[in-house]
Design a binder for this molecule. Structure first.
Ligand SMILES: C[S@@+](CC[C@H](N)C(=O)[O-])C[C@H]1O[C@@H](n2cnc3c(N)ncnc32)[C@H](O)[C@@H]1O
Length: 240
């Protein structure tokens, strides 16, 4: 089973609350004069459509691709609720996708689909303007650090943005970067937290040991049988 399929049911999905992180990204893109009205867009690793479905209200057409079928099912369900008919989804990995047109925009938010030089080369050819949002070397979380330690490993925060900037510099591409900090507080029921952290360790290449996970999480369990995780994150929004 695709690892992201397991995540789909608990992954964040389209929402309209004003304080959502996506709104900060849309404001930042606005400040860079990135205009989506009547434009075409390819969303790489679109997931449940957290960004896609907002942009579909402005774009003429969006193709969203993702290697997780379950993520796309959520996107399609929400697109239907919103009566959005200009968004097509394709269940495919970025490696296997053939780009048949030059889009106005290619977007990749928080997805490991874009991580190698060849991914960046392909993304760059697919569209006139490219937008990448990714981790930039800071994800402070006591729980994940403790879990990695319990599994005999040490946690290093993801830094996809560094790779993108290195590639852009190496290829003498002009680009703009906007940094973002975020404090995220998430409370989960104990069993849901166990499942979530098992998934997290698995996706980071460790073999999750449920007994060890429960032992670590016991230290963070509150009176309501919940685990509250606070993470301090740093991201880069990169446009080229
Ligand atoms: C953290 S989610 C981000 C989803 C969405 N872009 C967002 O910002 O909410 C990562 C997504 O990338 C997808 N993904 C991972 N590797 C991929 C690949 N090689 N090709 C296409 N999609 C991929 C996963 O299935 C998942 O839906």
């Amino acid at each position: 089973m695709n690892k992201w399929d397991k995540k789909a049911k608990n992954y964040s999905r389209y929402g309209e609350d004003k304080d959502r992180f996506e709104n900060r990204i849309f404001d930042a893109l606005d400040s860079l004069h990135v205009e989506f009205q009547d434009k075409t867009l390819l969303d790489i690793g679109c997931g449940t459509g957290v960004y896609t479905l907002h942009l579909a209200k402005k774009c003429s057409h969006i193709d969203g691709i993702d290697s997780s079928k379950e993520m796309l099912e959520v996107l399609k369900e929400d697109a239907k609720k919103l009566n959005l008919t200009n968004t097509d989804t394709l269940h495919i990995g970025w490696d296997s996708f053939t780009c048949k047109e030059v889009y106005d925009y290619a977007l990749c938010t928080m997805s490991p689909a874009i991580r190698e030089d060849r991914d960046l080369e392909k993304m760059t050819k697919c569209a006139k303007t490219k937008i990448y949002l990714g981790w930039a070397g800071k994800r402070e979380t006591h729980i994940i650090e403790a879990l990695f330690k319990a599994h005999g490993s040490s946690y290093s925060p993801p830094n996809g943005a560094k790779k993108v900037k290195e590639w852009l510099n190496k290829n003498s591409k002009f680009y703009q970067v906007i940094p973002f900090d975020e404090e995220k507080i998430r409370t989960r029921e104990f069993d849901e937290a166990v499942e979530n952290f098992e998934w997290h360790l698995d996706v980071r290449g460790l073999k999750p040991d449920k007994k060890k996970i429960v032992e670590v999480l016991e230290k963070f369990r509150d009176k309501e049988n919940c685990i509250t995780e606070t993470t301090i994150n740093h991201f880069n929004l990169i446009v080229w």
